[in-house]
Each structure stands twice: as structure tokens, then as C-alpha cells.
Design a binder for this molecule. Structure first.
Ligand code: MN
Length: 356
């Protein structure tokens, strides 16, 4: 297991590489070329530059989150083959620079959805929260304005203004895309990229839908064990894998995460570990990572990963904002550092118990 922290690059992140380097057990970061647009071929010089910057701080880039997928690919539009070619060219360049873990998602329009980015908890911390009753009452434009106004001035991954300015156009593009169509477009994409992944040993790790049900009528295909296994079988290649995001899958309390982990043995390339507190049906908030603070059994989750021989990359996922930090919602330093240390502790305990 390799512990990492997501880092958005010096122009976008308030957390520095020097700070990340001091979190116990953290040897690497997960990052991306944040300024690039979906569909763009990444430049080798840009990849080398960010790699050199991270390595100069005594860390390594252990995964890319994300190489985003152009909507022409997701909707199966007339330009999809051109954008798949571009995606393959980017993978090739990443592979040549020894970057072999790629997180991506196949969610239409919105990467993730929350209704409150700074819900105050009883301990005075703030956290991201979701309430389906609010979503049912608003339209996507309200959603965008609300997210943007709460972002503390940061550009939030998945809510980049360039993309979201095209909100209406995007909804129109997905008008005739149902779950089956989206699924077959994903399979088409994966079949096309598997040869280059095989050549460079690149592991693709699809991120589950967040929340794990349809919002604003958009289709969801990576939200349950059955759906994920269907996708694994449709492209039965070890390079076609998943990002096991407990906070996304766990939005639906019916998802048994340790069971999902066991069913995906060998196909989990990346793990996002965080905890949620379910407050009512369709309503949750992101808690601290500890089992005792949320609704998930983080010990059982770590043990299932360990027992399945997981040797990939983990990162603590979103954290609360604590100790007065003015951070990007979900991505401050302090609570994620606590999360990393906690997960390291669980891992050490499970490891020593298993060895007897
Ligand atoms: Mn995640």
C-alpha cells in the first residue's frame, strides 16, 4: 500500500508539497495537469515539469487524477474516435514518463454533487453535505451558482468554470443518453484504449458516481456492485480497474463496501478512503475518517483491502475544514493528514494481526 495526498498544483492548491512531505507515511501525490481541458493531448514537457517539481520536494507522482474524458466520448458523438485518439496519445506520453495509474470518471455533466460545501458540525468544523430534498427543488443552474459561491475562491475539480459555462449545451448532449447507451460508450472507449494500457502497464481506475444514484435525471452506471462487475466483465482486462471510493459508493447505505472490495479482487488499482455520516434517507455529511465519527466501518474496509492483497495507491479523500483553515472545500491539509495517519494506523494493525 502506498499512501498519497491529492495535490492540485501550485497555482491551484493552498497546500504545499513541503507540507505534504511532512505527513507521516506519505510518499507521493496524486495530481493532474489542472489547466488542461478534456480532449486535449497533454504535452510531454508539461508532464515532465510537474514530475520534476514533485520530485524536487522529495515526493513522487503515484497517480493521475484525472485524465478527464471528453463529452463526445461519453455521449458517443460523431467526434468520439478523434478524442479517443487524443486520449491514447496522452496515455502514451504518461506511460513513457512512468505514470501508470489513471483515475477517471464517466459521469455526465457533473463530477460530483453536494448541496452544502461548509455545513457546520457540532464540533465547529465545516464539511460538505448532501440533501436530496434540496436537489429535488432546484435546477442545475442553481446548483452551479451555489457550488461556485461556496468554493472559497478555489476552482473545484469537476466544477471548472469553462466546462460549466456550457451547462445547458451539455444537458442537451446527454438528452438521449440513457444508462445502456452510456455503458456501451464506456465499453467502446475502454476497448479502444486497452492496447496502449497493456503496452505501458497503465492501470485505468474508474471513479464511482457520486452520489450513487441519478441526479437531475442523468444516468449512473458505476454506482453498485452489480453495475461495476458488469463493466469489469465487459472489458475483462486487468488494466480495466476501479477507484474504490468509499465516500461515493457509501452514499447509498445499501452498498456493502467490504463485500464490493472482495468481489473486485485484483481490479482495485486506487482507493479513496473517507467516511460519511448518514443523517436521514438521501441525506449525508462527510465526517472525519474515524469509524466512530461516521456510518462506515473503516476497519472492515481496510481489512478487506488488505486481505484481498491490495498493493495499490490509497489517498484519504475529502476532509473537513478544521482549526480555522481557509482551504478548498474537502481538500484542506489538516483533516486529510489526520485521515492519512488514521488509515496508516489501521493498516499497520491489520498487517501485524495477520502476521500473528
Ligand atoms: Mn473519491
Amino acid at each position: 500500500m502506498q499512501m498519497t495526498i491529492r495535490w492540485f498544483g501550485k497555482n491551484y492548491d493552498a497546500v504545499t508539497l513541503e507540507q505534504i512531505r511532512q505527513i507521516p507515511g506519505v510518499r507521493g501525490v496524486i495530481t493532474t495537469l489542472y489547466g488542461t481541458q478534456p480532449g486535449e493531448v497533454w504535452k510531454t514537457e508539461d508532464i515532465r515539469a510537474i514530475k520534476a517539481e514533485v520530485e524536487a520536494a522529495g515526493l513522487k507522482i503515484l497517480g493521475i487524477e484525472s485524465v478527464n474524458i471528453h463529452d463526445e466520448i461519453k455521449t458517443g458523438g460523431p467526434l468520439r474516435d478523434k478524442y479517443i485518439e487524443n486520449y491514447i496519445a496522452t496515455l502514451e506520453r504518461l506511460g513513457k514518463e512512468d505514470l501508470r495509474l489513471i483515475c477517471y470518471n464517466f459521469m455526465p455533466v457533473f463530477d460530483w454533487t453536494r448541496t452544502d460545501l461548509a455545513k457546520r458540525r457540532t464540533d465547529g468544523s465545516t464539511t460538505m453535505a448532501y440533501d436530496q430534498k434540496i436537489i429535488d427543488k432546484i435546477n442545475p443552474d442553481d446548483m452551479l451558482n451555489s457550488i461556485t459561491s461556496q468554493s472559497n475562491g478555489f476552482v473545484l475539480a469537476g466544477w471548472e468554470p469553462e466546462r460549466l459555462a456550457r451547462n445547458k449545451e451539455l444537458f442537451a448532449m446527454y438528452k438521449d443518453v440513457d444508462e445502456e447507451k452510456l455503458f456501451s460508450n464506456l465499453v467502446y472507449f475502454l476497448r479502444a484504449i486497452m492496447p496502449v494500457c497493456g503496452k505501458y502497464g497503465i492501470n485505468m481506475a474508474i471513479h464511482p458516481d457520486d452520489p450513487a444514484w441519478s441526479v437531475f435525471g442523468l444516468p449512473r452506471i458505476i454506482s453498485t456492485k452489480e453495475k461495476i462487475l458488469r463493466m469489469m466483465k465487459a472489458v475483462d482486462d486487468p488494466h480495466n480497474g476501479v477507484t474504490l471510493c468509499t465516500g461515493s459508493l457509501g452514499t447509498n447505505p445499501k452498498n456493502d463496501i467490504p463485500d464490493i472490495i472482495r468481489s473486485l479482487k485484483g481490479r482495485i488499482h486506487f482507493a479513496h478512503l473517507r467516511n460519511l455520516l448518514h443523517t436521514a434517507p438521501g441525506m449525508f455529511e462527510e465526517s472525519a475518517h474515524l469509524s466512530s465519527d461516521g456510518s462506515m466501518d473503516m476497519f472492515a474496509i481496510v481489512k478487506a483491502l488488505y486481505d484481498g492483497g491490495f498493493d495499490g495507491v490509497i489517498r484519504p479523500d475529502h476532509g473537513r475544514n478544521i482549526w480555522g483553515e481557509k482551504g478548498m472545500p474537502g481538500y484542506g491539509l489538516y483533516d486529510r493528514a489526520l485521515g492519512a495517519a488514521y488509515i496508516e494506523g489501521l493498516w499497520e494493525a491489520v498487517d501485524k494481526m495477520s502476521r500473528g
